[in-house]
Design a protein around this ligand. Structure first.
Ligand code: F3S
Length: 75
């Protein structure tokens, strides 16, 4: 399984991820992206049917702020 979170220290709020994978990403009140599934904790496996969109969004992030790992992420 894949786990994902947005690095809010480098996200510039470009919105590509939300445009590509709106099931996974949203923008917060500061305009920065987060993973909706677990409020950007990176501890909940991304559903299989959303993995393709997740990978594309990660590829298309201009600041490479989408962190993907095969294990749960921690701060
Ligand atoms: Fe931020 Fe990258 Fe999405 S800059 S808004 S995580 S595409």
């Amino acid at each position: 399984a894949l786990y994902a979170k947005v690095d809010v220290d480098t996200c510039i709020g470009c919105g590509n991820c939300e445009a590509i994978a709106p099931d996974i990403f949203d923008l917060d009140e500061e305009g920065l992206a987060f993973v909706k599934l677990d409020d950007n904790q990176g501890v909940t496996p991304i559903p299989e049917d959303q993995v393709e969109g997740l990978k594309e969004a990660a590829d298309e992030c201009p600041t490479s702020s989408i962190v993907l790992e095969e294990h749960p992420l921690k701060d």
